[in-house]
Write a protein that binds this ligand. Structure first.
Ligand SMILES: [Zn+2]
Length: 393
């Protein structure tokens, strides 16, 4: 993770959306070439993202700034439940339009592939609705979207936990898997939500139905979810603020990636961040995501996450870039075609008005994006950011 291949002067040759050649420039400089003299880096990949939801929670944010507690916010109808209620009521079209706007900001900030979790439906109909919107976003926008079924996000407002667990097992997990709406199952292991035993029940059902596993864990307390994730060969365990020494060693000896989202600590104004640097130093796989969601990270920009990774997680610049590209593509199961500039992969890259990639971090108040390319085609031009050729909405 600590080393990048830098070609200077370099060149990228693309054909039919794929990279034909990448490496050190051969031959004479040609000033008429597209993007001559600029810097190109791989398109960013967001490994953890809840972009399909209805409504923002800005009033709740203001209440928090004025000192309201979690309980007071819940009593006034805020919190994750409010997003569940709103998302259940929203039509597919409305969810698509709202999420589409978020996708535009993601692309504008150089994200060319992302996860999109469900988890605000918490019943069969509305989980499927969210997953279908996620799929449609990937079809209509110039971005790769990996839908992830977050069936274990919370306890539904209208069911007892044990009844929902059995509904998941008997009905929702098999149906989502059979319809091919997601290759992944995800849950939230936390006090007051699901403990390790609950998650294990869901993991068994998901595995039986051929789904790969991911898990939100050790976010606000130490739950033992990393142990469970590694035992069940989960693709990733995510958040990890409370990961301890034993967890770090376990992750280092496994193929389970640690997905960290420093924008959550930043937005919630916590002093605590995930021990990402320690996990990397121990030999673990670390990937980055925005955790885009209305409650704890209304953040579309992976550049913002890159900056926090360096300034708050103490990653080196090279580690941060690897975590936001190739490693996040690994988590999403798309690293064969995404996540790095290599022959045969998709020609997804960001052109920056910089001459040295270290300036991304050295001058962190701007992304310095000139343009964004998806499969060889310019989809964002900073001179004219409204330019969106592919969508008819
Ligand atoms: Zn999440």
């Amino acid at each position: 993770m600590g080393e990048l291949d830098v070609f200077e002067p370099g060149e990228i040759l693309t054909e039919n959306g794929r990279i034909l050649e990448v490496g050190t420039r051969t031959g004479e400089a040609d000033f008429t070439e597209e993007n001559f003299g600029k810097l190109a880096i791989p398109g960013l990949v967001d490994a953890h993202n809840h972009l399909v939801y209805d409504g923002e929670r800005i009033d709740e944010f203001e209440m928090k700034l004025k000192g309201a507690t979690y309980l007071e916010i819940a009593e006034r109808g805020g919190g994750i439940r409010s997003t569940v209620n709103a998302t259940r009521k929203a039509s597919k079209e409305d969810l698509f339009l709202q999420a589409g706007e978020r996708v535009f900001y993601m692309l504008k900030n150089g994200t060319t592939a992302s996860e999109a979790k469900s988890g605000y439906g918490l019943n069969l109909k509305d989980e499927i609705k969210q997953l279908e919107v996620a799929r449609e976003l990937g079809e209509k926008f110039p971005i790769d979207i990996v839908p992830v079924f977050l069936g274990g996000h919370d306890i539904p407002p209208d069911l007892e936990k044990k009844d929902y667990l059995s509904l998941l097992e008997r009905e929702i997990i098999p149906e989502v898997a059979e319809k091919g709406l997601s290759k992944y199952f995800d849950a939230f292991c936390e006090k007051g939500v699901y403990d390790v035993k609950d998650v294990e029940k869901m993991f068994r059902a998901a595995k039986e139905n051929g789904l790969k596993l991911r898990l939100h864990t050790e976010e606000f307390s130490h739950m033992g979810g990393i142990n469970l994730g590694v035992e069940y060969k989960a693709v990733s365990v995510d958040h990890l603020l409370f990961a301890d020494k034993g967890d770090i060693e376990l992750l280092a000896s496994s193929d389970t990636a640690a997905v960290v989202m420093p924008s959550v600590s930043f937005f919630l104004r916590l002093d605590k961040y995930a021990p990402a640097k320690e996990i990397i130093d121990a030999g673990g796989i670390v990937a980055l995501g925005t955790d885009l969601n209305p409650g704890s990270s209304p953040v579309e920009s992976m550049f913002f996450v890159l900056w926090l990774a360096v300034f708050k997680l103490n990653l080196t610049m090279e580690e941060a870039i690897t975590a936001a590209t190739l490693n996040s593509a690994y988590v999403l199961g798309i690293s064969d075609l995404n996540g790095s500039l290599e022959k045969g992969k998709k020609a997804d890259f960001i052109v920056l008005n910089l001459s040295d990639y270290r300036e991304i971090f050295y001058r962190p108040s701007e992304t310095h994006i000139d343009s964004v390319y998806k499969e060889g085609r310019k989809v964002i031009n900073s001179q004219n950011v409204g330019y969106f050729p592919t969508i008819g909405i």
